[in-house]
Write a protein that binds this ligand. Structure first.
Ligand SMILES: Cc1cc2nc3c(=O)[nH]c(=O)nc-3n(C[C@H](O)[C@H](O)[C@H](O)COP(=O)(O)O)c2cc1C
Length: 201
């Protein structure tokens, strides 16, 4: 199947909560998450991390943490997206662009670590969570482009999700994303007209 253009993926995407038995091969999963990882972030911090859950027993536990939302258990792949600012700041030297002179890279790393180090942890966590939604947007469109439907979710107990997967204590969980081949059409897209959301001055 040929990949959809960005515009076609945006037009076709809608939340899908039932899936066929068709698997999501590792090659497709890797390609989709690679594209999600191409999202931009301030200072290129890239705090998002993905756990792809295929194990039915773990999906069943996560479904419990998501208040029984059936798509969590039913999707061939359940992506748990989390933001790890502590881990991201540790590997920040790798995120500094190799095209920059070394002194500029070192300066950027020191500056960014200083900014976040002087911030209440909850503020840094909120910042990382916001950056991670950019990656989630890329993920939804990348999946659609590769022929997979998704259901992004915020309806879950983040502490329980973190405990089930052993995520770092500082992690935030901006979304669970169920992914697979659609077994339903979903609701037709219903959005405000552009003049509600755009003003040119
Ligand atoms: C961040 C986020 C959280 C959401 N949480 C849930 C959820 O917990 N359960 C659910 O069934 N749908 C959830 N949705 C789906 C929205 O209800 C849906 O995107 C919206 O109604 C627009 O419909 P569409 O995605 O089909 O275009 C969520 C969507 C987003 C973007």
């Amino acid at each position: 199947m040929s990949e959809l253009t960005v515009s076609a993926a945006i037009e076709a995407r809608r939340s899908i909560r039932t899936f066929t038995d068709a698997p999501v091969p590792d090659a497709d999963l890797t390609a989709i998450v690679t594209l999600a990882g191409r999202a931009p972030s301030a200072w290129n911090v890239q705090p998002w991390r993905y756990v792809a859950v295929r194990d039915p027993a773990i999906k069943a536990r996560l479904m419990g943490a998501a208040y029984g939302q059936a798509q969590v258990g039913a999707a061939p792949v359940l992506l748990v997206v989390y933001s790890d600012m502590v881990g991201a700041l540790e590997v920040l030297p790798e995120a500094a662009h190799p095209g920059m002179p070394q002194a500029a890279r070192d300066g950027m790393v020191a500056q960014v670590r200083g900014i976040f180090g002087g911030m209440p942890p909850a503020m840094a966590e909120g910042w990382g969570n916001a950056q991670s939604y950019i990656s989630i947007g890329f993920l939804l469109l990348a999946a659609q482009s590769h022929g997979y439907a998704t259901s992004p979710m915020l309806g879950f107990d983040a502490a329980a999700v973190k405990e089930i997967l052993g995520l770092p204590a500082n992690a935030t969980v901006p979304a669970l994303v169920a992914m697979g081949v659609a077994a339903e059409d979903g609701f037709p897209t219903h959005r405000f007209p552009v003049d509600r959301i755009l003003r040119t001055v």
